[in-house]
Design a protein around this ligand. Sequence first.
Ligand code: GLN
Length: 484
Amino acid sequence: MNSMHLPVHQLRADLDAKKYSAQELASSYMKRIHETQKTLNAFITVLSDEEVGKRAAYADELMRVGKTSFLTGIPYAAKDIFLTRGIRTTAASKILKEYVATYDGTAIEKSADAVLLGKANLDEFAMGSSNEYSAFGPVKNPYSLEHVPGGSSGGSAVAVASQQAAFAFGTDTGGSIRLPAGFSSVVGFKPTYGRISRYGVIAMDSSLDTVGFLTQDVRDSAMLLEALAGRDERDSTTIDRPVEKYSEGMEDGVAGMRIGIPKEYFEVDGVQEPVRRSIEDIRALLESLGATVQEVSLPHTRYAMAAYYILTPSEVSSNLAKFDGIRYGTRPLNAKNLDEIYLETRENGFGKEAKRRIMLGAFTLSSNHIDSYYNKALKVRRLAAQDFENVFKEVDMIVCPTTPTVPFKLGERMTDPVSMYVADSLTIPTSLAGVPALSLPVASHNNLPIGAQCIARLFDERTLFRVARTIERELQWTKPRLAI
Ligand code: GLN
């Protein structure tokens, strides 16, 4: 079967037309996973062919009796930070390497008719930008095996890019969906904070974490949002607002729209020429289609990263406290007392980046320093949000690069954490403001992918999809070739 490059909405149409069954579809994806897993390492856990077959047979049965939803029978991957009943959830950490949750989170529950194929690799506890901070080994970029796929949802992005899953769930706290989407030439969408429930997703930075998707195209993102958005009593940060028909009006074009390009996004460290050029091409395209494109200013961009790397370690140090060998985490057998249990569990269980953030966070929250770090960072966050509020008085949408560079080489940034952090310098401000954003593939340079980011007002996902879809439909560019 050769349908694995197709978006979900097309697979849906094919399944409904009985071109193939859910079981046939699932087994062709499984075959592809078996071919590529050794090389790309996109998954931490792959379900057995038998288990996947059972899930697909259930979907076939639902379709047979006419109980079909958008996701029935669609093969997918979930970042291994989404709790799945009976299937281990590791967060790519040694500390959870044998942890099996007793319940499904909301996103998994809402996808019960879809066919889960496996749990995708990530940076440990979703902290990282390259998917190299995984206790289960790095993920490779499917267009060039010496390069990183971006992180932290690297496995999710690669699973979709290399046709091992039709879509994947990811999480985005400071860019973890958009960055790997950009580096892997797929669409990556993060909704407005609070739009999709995070119940049953292991928390990293609770005030910024969002659940989103990696997909083949923009329409899939919109349709998945229709299926997953909504208030959830089990996640008090979800907003009680009607779920819209996000895919409606997507094809209506951009004539008469006002679109902003933030000048500060070209002033951050190391914006590469091909990245700059890709935005110029989009600007020319949007103007030719009748939009007004203007330069806008988000003056606090340069402080956003510093604020984020205070806020995130602070919340991480608190969220990861429960991995202590008593509540969660593999307990050492030879420990003599409670202190030893804590120490040995955490010393052996956490990787370098997790430890770095726990230590930083314990410091920034300590009573002597909280005002000069954490509380100050909260104020910067407010200012960054205000930047967006001001700009959205002038324009309907923002278009900018997803990340300053094309994918970097494996190992290249591992010795210098700050060089890793700057990969998110253009995705973080959006996260601080809580606004929705999407990265879509728009160019390639030496067969390395380049993504562009669209950003909209709070809860204005419809405009986001409409502009992104227009670019996707109209832009002429050369797709990178898969190396495997
Ligand atoms: N790379 C960023 C970090 O390490 C973003 C992570 C994320 O969005 N989960 O914090």
